[in-house]
Design a protein around this ligand. Sequence first.
Ligand SMILES: [Zn+2]
Length: 711
Amino acid sequence: MKKKWIAAALAAVMVLNTGCRGNETPAAEPEQTGETPEPTEAPADQETAETVTEEEEPADEAVTGGGSPWIDSDLKENISDGMALSLKDDFHLYQNYDWLKDAQFPDGYAQYGAFTQVALDTEAKATALLQDDTLTGHDAELVRSLYNAILDWDARDAAGVSPIQASVDDIRSLSSIEEISEFICDPERSYGVPCFMSFYNSTNINDSTSYILMIGGEGFLLGDAAEYSQRTEMGDLYYEAQLYLAQEMLPKVGYTKDEAKAMFDSVIDLETKLAEVSLTTADMMSPDYYDKINNIYKPDEAWALAPAFPGEKLINAFGFGKAKEIMVPEPEWVKRLNEIYTDDNLEQLKNYMVVKYVESMSPFLDSSSYDVYVNMSNMLSGSEGRVSDESMAFNLVRSALTTPMDRAYLERYDATEAKKRITEICKNVAAAYRDILAEEEWLSEETRAAAIEKLDNLKINAVYPDKWEDYSKMDLTGLSYFECNKVISDFSTKKNAELTNGKVDKEIWGFDILEANAYYSAVDNSINIIVGLLGEPFYYDGMSDEELMGGIGMVIGHEISHAFDTSGAQFDKDGNYAFWWTEEDYMAFMERAQKLIDHYNTLTVWEGQNVLGDNVQTEAIADIGGMKAMLTIAKGKDSFDYDKFFTSYAHIWAFIRTRETELQRIMQDPHPLPYMRTNVTVQQYQEFYDTYDIKEGDGMYLAPEERVSVW
Ligand SMILES: [Zn+2]
């Protein structure tokens, strides 16, 4: 269960339904396994536009050399013609060199790899569907209405920024803290406007059969609370990109460029006060994260944390007022909001609302606003050009109308056979994992039994769900794009509000199955191997056993391992946050994990930039555990071709990225960098050394006592 996928600021900016509404999280909150190529947020970090009228990026003088023990072969600038290749020194580079050398970023992309290729295949199929006017049925009608509204640039340009002007003027006219309170507590007036506190029903980690209302912040312009106390290169990148967006967008709604700069800096100042008491990205990736956030309050107690802020009135206005309990992940943040929410800070609070509102709406307005958004996106991710409008529109439809899009897709592209086959493969991998657990020498019988029980209780969600959220009452006929967004936002807020104090329906998955990704969800102990990942090189007709195991097999093994990583291990067989270990075994487990963290800490990406071992612990455990599951299966096969297996595995991690994106991932992503996912994973296993005759002195060599497999 991944805390939050803390991707680029785009995430925050691109969320379709910004503002205070309670629609952030659908049913469950599946882990984003993030094998994903692009941050899932949406079309977001792909688009772009022409040149940005800013000075050159600092990336100019950026260092990319000096990686140890391998160069960062995810970076195009590190791949040159005729460079020396050695399988024994850098397995990933050797196996992927030809691909890396020829690979080019598609327009608007900041990274490109096998996952992207699969995603683009899905996109092409979905786009054909969206453009087919002969399709009938409610799902097809909904997605087509939205798709056409997004692409209706004539209408969007005619409207310009008028859809947001009234709200901006309304905020501008607020003259007291009482008036701000009235404004944010009126869902019609405040549509899309950030109102300081987010709220939504999410699966209760203490009782995964029920929902609990969560309240918290709205994310930071600089992407990570840590950037406000110790600004890094990453924070500078966010600052420049977001400031650019503010200075281009605010003049469209009546401010000067200078006013925009002053307003932006005042928001940064306000956020600095909130960031001091907020969880950082590193906190969110730490194993004690759940312990920190597991603060359950009675409503009266929760609102007593912030008597000045109209929290209770706010949730009432949006239909969440009946909540019997409230989870407050960051109580100190709520107290700080209370301190800030005064007449003395009136202008600053208004600036916060205007700047974040206008920035977040930029992709949904006219073409010139969208251009600005695309430029910002490029600054942040290092991409160039922009994705096609059709691609942008598909990705927006997918994120706004996930269920109807998925259903329409499945109706057109049958996946019944794949569902059977993937279910079967998942069962086989789980069986291998059972053998691993049965043989772990460091586990007591008591913990072993509990671990096996958890594994036996693992829910396999293969390809697509059998039950869906109900969209039958939604109608988008004849609406403009901006109006569609409002209807969709209101719909999902209402749907989420209806979950208040309710029971979780685990048959509804609640996330996008067209994404090229896979998930483990700790709150229902499920692996989710979805239709969007079923393409070459992961899964295709005619693949050998070795290729299958190096592809989708590794992904499945990885997902199952998440049940036993340093986060997943804190959840029991039913998805409850509950301890099922003996103290001694848990200590031993954490020691093993620490060894892996320490190992990752020794790896250098480029001069002066090492890996943040703590950040990648859960995903590194899952990679290495997944490989152990595959090697366990391989042992039972006659004449298994290990070379073919390891090579297939290396191919799924062939990736190119811009330096900006690589840096973002180092700082904010729980996943190790792609080239390390190949190299570090394979070098933990003797089979790899035997297959390629790797010896001491080779770049791929790791002494037996330094090898770490947590499982
Ligand atoms: Zn993962």
